[in-house]
Design a protein around this ligand. Structure first.
Ligand code: PLP
Length: 422
């Protein structure tokens, strides 16, 4: 490791809270599908900042939009209007639910807004039981919606929640893809069902068509909102602009972040027209939300995603990646392949549990973490991968990835999983 790397890592050791298990690498530059460390080594990025750099690093359209905007007008408070915010809201609305948008700075904040919108909607509907009327929000076990207290409460993963109890009241957890449990949870006090169409941090678990259909039907019957958290699945990641398109089911509210800014921090909550006035003046806000620089980046990202053939190429590359991952399964090197578009996971050992917890617990009990070993081995060979559990490898390549890059990662996986280190 060079002096430059040691220096950067030392600063983190001394001054940054230890909330992440960081790899011993310092990146200083990014270009396309590659990151470069302080020694100048190129690393093929198959995580993309956890689905943020969807156009790769420093995409020229994003860089130009940001440079232009920051030199012209960097920040204006939300007491006023700016063109990039209006234009990005129009792009999101016209390409999704047709209603209005609230801008924030992250996925958790986008979901926080959706939760507040649902609570206010429930309060306004005024026909339900209890002191707070229709206020309960139903979420799925193994989901991930963020780290603020409300979104952590919505994140039904006990290990993440436990140190911070007591959580917020008014959330109910149902098992993933369990239609009967969802139906049973839909009391008169439910104001919303919130879910990820494909659970991302939980290990890339897609919802079944039957479950999504049931969620849509039950929320309609009960007068509750259906909220899709597309923070990770949105912006082309699954091969369509938004993952709900695969199911032919439109939610009432959708949240976005990650890829929306192509590397700039931004979150967005979009509501269908009939719910676009629920949050009126003074009920919600964010100092930085909807700032012109982040929104200009978002407009540039949309420009690329909507270019003719772009999403089709994502689907084509996604199908290729799936076929390659299935070969790993056919060779007995992985036990399950899950995902869609360019969002994939493989299960390395043990029978995959529906909630991802069984295999992880089994590996932990055995004192093994094969996925972490593969991630470290990949990094040594200049490939950036991620594991969501001790047994689950996740792949989130840039949507601009090329076939030969997929081949390189597959070659690595064949070697690493067949070899003794895995
Ligand atoms: C589906 C989903 N929702 C919400 C979040 C939280 O986003 P952020 O870290 O930007 O707050 C994430 C982050 O991984 C996510 O994957």
């Amino acid at each position: 490791m060079s002096e430059a790397s040691r220096d950067i890592i030392g600063l983190y050791d001394d001054y940054v809270m230890p909330t992440y298990a960081r790899q011993p690498v310092a990146f200083v530059r990014g270009e396309g599908c590659y990151l470069y460390d302080a020694e100048g080594n190129a690393c093929l990025d198959f995580i993309t900042g956890l689905s943020v750099n969807i156009l790769g690093h420093c995409h020229p359209a994003v860089v130009a939009a940001v440079q232009r905007q920051v030199a012209e007008l960097g920040h204006v408070s939300n007491l006023y209007h700016t063109r990039p915010g209006g234009e990005l809201a129009r792009l999101i609305s016209r390409n999704s639910l047709g209603g209005k948008v609230f801008f924030s700075n992250s996925g958790a904040e986008a979901n926080e807004c959706a939760i507040k919108l649902a609570r206010k909607f429930g309060r306004d509907s005024g026909d339900a039981a209890g002191a707070y009327g229709r206020h309960r929000i139903v979420v799925l076990e193994n989901g991930f919606h963020g780290r603020t207290m409300a979104t952590l409460t919505a994140t039904a993963q006990p290990a993440k929640q436990e140190p911070f109890r007591p959580l917020l009241p008014g959330f109910t957890y149902v098992p993933f893809n369990d239609t009967a449990a969802l139906e049973a949870a839909m009391g008169d006090d439910v104001c919303a069902v919130m879910l990820e169409p494909v659970q991302g941090e939980g290990g890339v678990y897609p919802l079944t068509q039957e479950f999504v259909d049931a969620a849509r039907r039950l929320t309609r019957e009960k007068g509750a909102l259906l909220i899709f958290d597309e923070v990770q699945t949105g912006m082309g990641r699954t091969g369509t602009l938004f993952a709900y398109e695969h199911y032919g089911v439109e939610p009432d509210v959708m949240t976005l972040a990650k890829g929306l800014g192509g590397g700039m921090p931004i979150g967005a909550t979009v509501a269908a027209p009939e719910y676009s006035q629920v949050l009126s003046a003074g009920l919600h806000g964010s100092t930085f939300g909807g700032g012109p620089v982040a929104c200009a980046a978002g407009v540039a990202v949309f420009g690329e995603l909507l270019a003719p053939g772009f999403l089709e190429s994502v689907r084509k590359k996604g199908n290729y990646m799936q076929s390659q991952l299935m070969e790993l399964a056919a060779d007995g090197l992985v036990v399950e392949v899950r995902g869609r578009g360019l969002m994939w996971a493989v299960e390395l050992t043990a029978a995959a549990a529906p909630d991802g917890a069984g295999a992880a617990a089994a590996a932990e009990a055995n004192g093994t973490a094969p996925a972490a070993a593969v991630v470290s081995a990949a990094l040594e060979q200049g490939i950036i991968l991620n594991n969501t559990s001790p047994t689950t490898l996740r792949f989130l390549p840039p949507l601009t990835v090329e076939m030969d890059m997929i081949d390189r990662v597959m070659d690595f996986l064949h070697g690493a999983l067949a070899g003794p280190s895995a």
